[in-house]
Design a protein around this ligand. Sequence first.
Ligand SMILES: [Mn+2]
Length: 431
Amino acid sequence: MKNQRISSELISENNEAALKHLQEDYDHLSTVLSRQNIDIEAVTTQAQAFEIAVPSWGVGTGGTRFARFPGIGEPRNVFEKLEDCAVINQLSQCTGSVSPHFPWDKVDDFTELKAFSDSYGLQWDSINSNTFQDQADQALSYKYGSLTNTDAATREQAIAHNLECIEWGKQLGSNRLTVWVGDGSNHPGQQHFQHSFERYLDSMKTIYSAIPDDWELHIEHKMFEPAFYSTVVQDWGSNILAAMELGDKAKSLVDLGHHAPNVNIEMIVSRLIQFKKLGGFHFNDSKYGDDDLDSGSIHPYQQFLIFNELVDAEARGQEGFNPSYMLDQSHNVTDPIESLINSAIEVQRSYIKALIVDRAALSDCQERNDALMASNTLKQAFNLDVSPILAMARYRQGGAINPLQTYRQSQYRAQVAEVRPSVAGSGSGIV
Ligand SMILES: [Mn+2]
């Protein structure tokens, strides 16, 4: 029997009250979809199978480089983070795995940590290494870079950290390592572009050689920040070049916020799929840069268009296509649990809408160069409200028809605040 943080009686009561209307809406949507020869039950089954991982760092309140405004009852360690992740999954039923970040989530006893996550029925998603900041016990600084540092000993230290991350990941049952480095420069001329990328590839080759055969190594690119003139793995071009240089187990990871404004991300996704290099996603949304806003809150159509590419690849049986999905957001003014529940469902919503795109009609429009009807074919699916499918998928798996309402009624945040006193002196800070 799995541990539960929210009373199953409360979920049942709320669901019973909401079920009549849900069934009516579901039946109506079933009729609408049947006109397109779509079986709603098949779509709901796919909604139930949809999974997106939650980042362990997402359940704490985020912040900016100016300030952080802590919430109440924030998790103080990885065990409390897992408790919050368990709530998100219990209500949403689509976030059964957690992506840890080391050394933030480092423990002395990984067997104990694994047993704790098992007790909540949670799996471990990709391991994230951290060489973008200095730790208290660290011998050499990453001020001028980690895997690309001009100093060989500093590079060795950063490589060693990634190797220990792989070992910890094995103990947790993970099967991926995600590497993002903040390495780059703030001034023209500060770094030799080619030499720093050569040092990156050399370091990554050593890490790659330690990746188990049934693992993947995901490379995350980012255009700017903390380096503001150039970054070593700046864009999907540098990313796929590195992944191709390293080998089949190396793939590119797309964080939606890590591109220049207005870049056509769905087209990048298509290219990565075509060359078997799409590893996975960090979903979030943005207005200006790497804003890390809630998924689907600013550009829901873009998110849908990305899933249109993913579902297209799935439907074509594209070789080597098996991307992993994760949220990577910073919650500055909301309860992180609420944002993560909402965001997971918004990503799931994009997936479901992409599933109901009339692909035969779209393909026909493309062949005939009917631009307007091609666009309208996508819009038809995007404009359909698939909420009843999402709610039914949650209900059938024991989740909440109205997860946010149930979460608020549970008083979970107030309860954990009693046993999790605020961490004093955190002041302004970064995440
Ligand atoms: Mn990310």
